[in-house]
Design a protein around this ligand. Structure first.
Ligand SMILES: NC(=O)c1ccc[n+]([C@@H]2O[C@H](COP(=O)([O-])OP(=O)(O)OC[C@H]3O[C@@H](n4cnc5c(N)ncnc54)[C@H](OP(=O)(O)O)[C@@H]3O)[C@@H](O)[C@H]2O)c1
Length: 333
């Protein structure tokens, strides 16, 4: 039997781990070109929130009663796929369960290196790819940038801050709480903004920009939307480049940005670009080479918040939306 988390109720108000149910599912025999994988680490990610409502949106709606899915790393324990022998460490999308049966075409081999395998769910995986190309391509990064990064202490944001530092930019970064702000400064942010501290985000970003003696930000990497995007528009230089990565401040709430001075977009000649990690799948090797080198040299630090055991998956997922993670949120089996 495999043990698999299913979506059995829709969210109603604040996210509640009780909308998920752990069920025993018969382990099917393998078909041609399939492998059975014992998962060792599971990922929970904000995009999964988009599957839970009945109307879908950013992600297609998951029918009630369906098994949850998500990133996972594990070891092949049975194989009918020529290229995937027993013992191979793989990355795949059969998460939220202890054992997964996956087609070989849907698995990726984890390269042999000194990096821990769970890094392939974080800075060496999808969140790292998001950070790397979102900054360097979508935001058209320049080493002389004054960059603002929101939700900067999480999986994506922590990589953005450090890549920008490695490449010489000045970074203003926001997160929730004093401990997270201390981590942002350790990773190279010149100024850390506590989103939970008194004052509006407009006021706090304005003070930060003045604090580094600048007239405005030249680039923005946005994970939050809402008041963070509003503040960035207010404090942008002419020609500033915005990479819109996500809007977690509005997930499940619908309280998105109301532009009260839209002519600023025109007057400041802002360049605003949304993007998604898969846009860059064909450039994976380029991202992996840089991020692995920085990981192994210690230039890039990967914080992790680890919950233990399959039973902890829903709580770990829900805690993403109350700031319960520093770095990548993971579940270890
Ligand atoms: N475009 C893409 O392809 C792509 C790929 C991956 C992720 N994303 C997006 O990138 C963003 C970050 O994802 P991640 O995986 O790195 O997650 P994460 O930042 O590791 O975790 C979520 C963090 O968001 C912050 N947060 C939660 N609710 C918030 C709210 N109401 N207002 C402001 N901040 C809030 C919390 O940090 P604090 O406590 O520090 O505020 C929380 O720890 C998300 O918007 C996600 O959807 C996009």
């Amino acid at each position: 039997m495999a043990r698999v988390w299913h979506l059995t109720a829709r969210p109603d108000g604040d996210l509640d781990p009780g909308i998920f149910t752990l069920e025993d599912v018969p382990d099917p025999p393998l078909g041609d070109d399939e492998v059975r994988i014992a998962n060792s680490w599971l990922s929970v990610d904000p995009f999964m929130r988009g599957m839970l409502d009945d109307h879908g949106g950013y992600m297609p709606a998951l029918p009630l009663g369906s098994p949850m899915q998500g990133g996972a790393v594990g070891t092949v324990i049975e194989s009918r796929a020529r290229d995937w022998p027993v013992g191979r460490k793989v990355l795949h999308n059969g998460g939220w369960r202890d054992v997964a049966v996956v087609a070989q075409a849907a698995c990726e081999a984890i390269p042999d290196s000194a990096a821990p395998i769970q890094r392939y769910l974080g800075h060496l995986g999808m969140p790292g790819q998001t950070a790397y190309f979102g900054l360097l391509d979508a935001a058209a990064f320049r080493p002389d940038d004054l960059l603002f990064v929101s939700a900067a202490a999480g999986a994506v944001g922590s990589a953005v801050v450090q890549i920008a530092r490695i490449k010489g930019a000045t970074v203003i970064a926001s997160a929730g709480g004093a401990d997270k702000c201390a981590a942002l400064r350790d990773w190279g942010a010149s100024i850390a903004i506590d989103r939970n501290a008194p004052g509006t985000m407009r006021e706090k970003l304005g003070a930060a920009v003045r604090g580094v003696g600048a007239e405005g930000i030249s680039a923005f990497f946005d994970n939050v939307g809402g008041d963070h995007l509003d503040a960035a528009i207010q404090h942008a230089r002419v020609g500033a480049r915005f990479a819109l990565c996500g809007m977690i401040g509005g997930y499940g709430r619908g309280d998105q940005l109301v532009l009260d001075q839209p002519m600023r977009l025109v007057a400041r000649r802002l360049r605003i670009r949304g993007f998604a990690a898969p846009d860059y799948d064909d450039r994976w090797a380029e991202f992996h080479e840089d991020m692995l080198r920085w990981t192994l040299s210690g230039d890039l630090v990967s914080a992790e918040t680890v919950h233990e055991g399959l039973a902890a998956v829903p709580a770990a997922f829900c805690a993403l939306f109350t700031g319960g993670n520093l770095g990548k949120m993971l579940v270890r089996l």
